[in-house]
Design a protein around this ligand. Structure first.
Ligand SMILES: Cc1cc2nc3c(=O)[nH]c(=O)nc-3n(C[C@H](O)[C@H](O)[C@H](O)COP(=O)(O)O)c2cc1C
Length: 325
C-alpha cells in the first residue's frame, strides 16, 4: 500500500497512531515504528522539556523507524513551551510533527527550515483549507466520533473525509472511528491516504495503562462516550463515567468555566495508570465498540493490513471491473 503519506513520512503502512497525552510515550511510539507505522510522543505530557528530549532518545534506542512529536497548540491553563518543542524537534531530527489545537502557522517556517514535516490535525473542512494555506505538508481530518477533540462542527468522519479531500490538494489522513482493516479500506476509498487511530492503540500491550482500564476498553461499547465541554469551547469526546456525568450536569445548568475548572482539572492518569475508572476524565472515541482484545502493536497493524487485503478481494468480487450497462 503506497500512498503520498507512506512516501512523505517514509513508512511501510498507511497507519498512524495519533498523539495521546500521557500515553504517547517511547514504548508505544517505538512499537508503532517497528511495525511499519508512525506514532507521536506528546510534548505536553512532560512538564520539563528535558524529559521530552530524554523520551525521544529512549524511543530512538528502541527503533530505527521514524519517531514523531505531537505539538499541542490548544489553549491551556498551563503555559506550553511551544518554542522549545520546535527546537527539540529540529535538534533531535524528528521527521514529522503532528500539531493540533489551533493554526500552526507560526511554527511552520522554523520546522521546515529544520527539515521537519508537519501534519496538522483538524476537526473541520475549513480548517483543512487553512492547513494547506499555511504550508503544512499533510492534514489529518478527524470526525465527530473521534476520541479527544472532535471540534464544534459535529460532522462525522464519513462526510468529513471526502469533503476535505475535495477541498485541499495536500494529502489527507483520516481520523476518528478507525480500528481495523475495514476502516483502512474505507478511508482509502474516501480519498484519504492513511488512517490515524488513537483509541484503538490504547488497547495494545505496549501502551501504558492499568489492566482495569484496558479491560474497560475491551468491554465498552460505541455508546460509552459523551461529547462534553462544548459550552466552554473545549468540546471533548470522553468516557461516560462519573466525572463526565458531572460535567454534563454542570453544563446543563449553565455552570461557568470557573465553577467547572476543579472538575475538569481531574487527572487523567488516575484512570489510565491507577485503573480508577470514575476517578478522572478519560479521552476515548466511539470506536471503543470495535475493540475486543489487547494485542501487541505489531499484531494489530499486521492484522489491519491483512484484513484490508481480504476486503479488497471481497470488493473485487462485488464491484465489476467494467460496467456492462
Ligand atoms: C487518550 C487520548 C489522548 C489524546 N491526546 C491527544 C493529544 O494530546 N494531542 C492530540 O493532538 N490529540 C490527542 N488525542 C486524539 C488522537 O490523537 C486522535 O486524533 C484520535 O484519537 C482519533 O480518533 P479515534 O480515537 O477514534 O481513533 C487523544 C486521543 C485519546 C484517545
Amino acid at each position: 500500500m503506497e500512498t503520498r503519506i507512506t512516501e512523505l513520512f517514509g513508512i511501510k503502512h498507511p497507519i498512524i497512531c495519533g498523539g495521546m497525552y500521557w500515553l504517547g510515550r517511547a514504548e508505544l511510539v517505538a512499537a508503532v515504528a517497528n511495525a511499519g507505522g508512525l506514532g507521536f510522543i506528546v510534548g505536553a505530557t512532560f512538564d520539563d522539556p528535558k524529559d521530552l528530549r530524554a523520551e525521544i532518545r529512549k524511543a530512538r534506542d528502541m527503533t530505527d523507524g521514524p519517531i514523531g512529536l505531537n505539538i499541542n497548540l490548544f489553549p491551556s491553563v498551563r503555559p506550553m513551551p511551544v518554542e522549545e518543542w520546535v527546537q527539540i524537534a529540529v535538534e533531535e531530527k524528528i521527521p514529522v510533527v503532528e500539531t493540533s489545537g489551533r493554526s500552526p502557522e507560526a511554527i511552520v517556517a522554523p520546522l521546515h527550515a529544520g527539515g521537519v514535516k508537519i501534519m496538522h490535525k483538524v476537526p473541520g473542512v475549513r480548517y483543512a483549507r487553512t492547513t494547506e494555506r499555511v504550508g503544512c505538508d499533510a492534514v489529518c481530518v478527524v470526525g465527530f466520533e473521534c476520541g479527544g477533540h472532535p471540534g464544534m462542527d459535529e460532522v462525522t468522519t464519513l462526510v468529513m473525509i471526502p469533503a476535505a479531500v475535495d477541498a485541499v490538494s495536500i494529502p489527507v489522513v483520516a481520523g476518528g472511528g478507525f480500528a481495523d482493516g475495514r476502516g483502512l479500506v474505507a478511508a482509502l476509498a474516501l480519498g484519504a491516504e492513511a488512517v490515524l487511530m488513537g483509541t484503538r492503540f490504547m488497547a495494545t500491550r505496549e501502551c501504558r495503562g492499568h489492566p482495569a482500564w484496558k479491560e474497560f476498553l475491551v468491554n465498552a461499547s460505541e455508546m460509552d462516550t459523551v461529547y462534553a465541554m462544548r459550552s466552554i469551547n473545549n468540546p471533548s469526546r470522553i468516557v461516560k463515567n462519573a466525572v463526565a456525568e458531572k460535567i454534563l450536569e454542570m453544563e446543563a445548568r449553565g455552570a461557568t468555566l470557573e465553577e467547572m475548572l476543579p472538575v475538569i482539572a481531574s487527572r487523567r492518569s488516575v484512570v489510565y495508570d491507577d485503573g480508577d475508572l470514575d476517578g478522572g476524565i478519560a479521552d476515548a472515541g466511539q470506536v471503543m465498540g470495535l475493540i475486543h482484545d489487547v494485542p501487541t502493536v505489531k499484531e494489530l497493524i499486521d492484522r489491519i493490513v491483512e484484513e484490508a487485503v481480504g476486503i479488497r478481494e471481497r470488493l473485487d468480487s462485488i464491484i465489476p471491473e467494467r460496467l456492462a450497462l
